[in-house]
Design a protein around this ligand. Structure first.
Ligand SMILES: [Zn+2]
Length: 315
């Protein structure tokens, strides 16, 4: 379930994903102004906000679960949270949250992760059409809580399909939403670990995907566990992605329980998996953007990982 869930938020709709993700990402006061590297000396903004995936943070009745996501962030001293707005394995539209105002108005970076079930690339109308609808609904709800963006997996087409149809389905997803004023928050497309005919597993398909969606300002999420599973060289992953997308907007910094190239998606703690921890730190450093941990472990373990990263990144 932690497989990958992430989304960042953004307040506006026309702004680029990266602008929004970089904005006021620190633990200090939110100024409402865009935060650029030149402001890093202010002491109120963290250059590399580190968030943790916390799930929906709600009980089945829609109440805050033990204080909800913001309580989790405080517990772990995290700069941000990544949340689901509904069951990630379901097709339900999000409901209003009791912590909407606190998430929207606070200084904790909020990223939303779209449900896993959606697949806007597929040639199957009975999946693709509800997927587009669900994506729009979740993006609107992400906007309501001030999320800086919404993470969505690249999806896939069937083995018998021409991948070109999947890339074009992605293009249509953005183009049709643009006719309705665009998504309420930037969409951040995440690389995936495995699967045949996946849209965002390998660099060459990501390049083709970006030919289809780049013009719409799509953002990119680099998941280190997925990249490792897909056999990428993590030492050059950030540069390799930037060469085809021009951007990395968010890193899902996860270790892996499986060997390089396994195509398996089992996350491990930062210092407890097959990927050397220093290599993970190098990815975060090279990406120079917000990070979300989707690692297993309790609040104390996450607090330790955040502390390790802050120290390593000099933040
Ligand atoms: Zn992920």
């Amino acid at each position: 379930m932690r497989a990958s869930a992430g989304a960042e938020g953004a307040h506006g709709q026309a702004t680029s994903a990266s602008t929004n993700l970089r904005r006021a990402t620190g633990r200090g006061p939110v100024t409402g102004k865009a935060v650029g590297p030149e402001q890093l000396g202010s002491g109120s903004v963290t250059q590399h906000p580190i968030g943790v995936h916390v799930g929906p943070g709600l009980t089945e009745d829609g109440e805050l679960d033990d204080g909800g996501p913001l309580a989790r962030a405080a517990e772990m001293d995290a700069d941000g949270v990544q949340v689901f707005l509904a069951d990630p394995q379901g097709w339900k539209a999000p409901k209003p949250r009791p912590d909407t105002a606190d998430l929207r108005d606070g200084d904790v970076m909020v990223v939303v992760h779209a449900p896993y079930v959606l697949n806007v690339a597929t040639t199957n109308n009975r999946i693709r059409i509800p997927s587009r609808k669900l994506l729009g609904q979740h993006a609107a709800a992400a906007g309501a809580i001030g999320a800086r963006g919404m993470v969505v997996h690249g999806g896939h087409v069937l083995a018998k399909d021409d991948p070109a149809v999947g890339f074009d389905n992605w293009r249509k997803t953005f183009a049709r939403q643009a006719e309705d004023g665009g998504f309420a928050v930037p969409l951040l497309i995440e690389n995936t670990a495995g699967g045949g005919n996946a849209m965002a597993r390998d660099l060459e398909t990501i390049a083709r995907l970006w030919e289809a969606v780049g013009e719409f300002g799509a953002g990119f999420v680099l998941d280190t566990c997925h990249a490792w599973a897909a056999g990428w060289d993590l030492a050059t992953a950030v540069a390799d992605v930037r060469a085809v997308t021009g951007r990395v907007d968010l890193v899902h910094l996860n270790n892996s329980r499986d060997p390089h190239g396994s195509s398996r998606d089992r996350h491990a703690p930062l210092a407890g998996g097959e990927i050397p921890t220093e290599l993970l730190v190098e990815v975060a450093r090279a990406a120079d953007c917000p990070v979300v941990l989707e690692t297993p472990g309790d609040a104390a373990a996450h607090a330790e990982e955040i502390s390790l990263l802050r120290t390593a990144l000099g933040g």
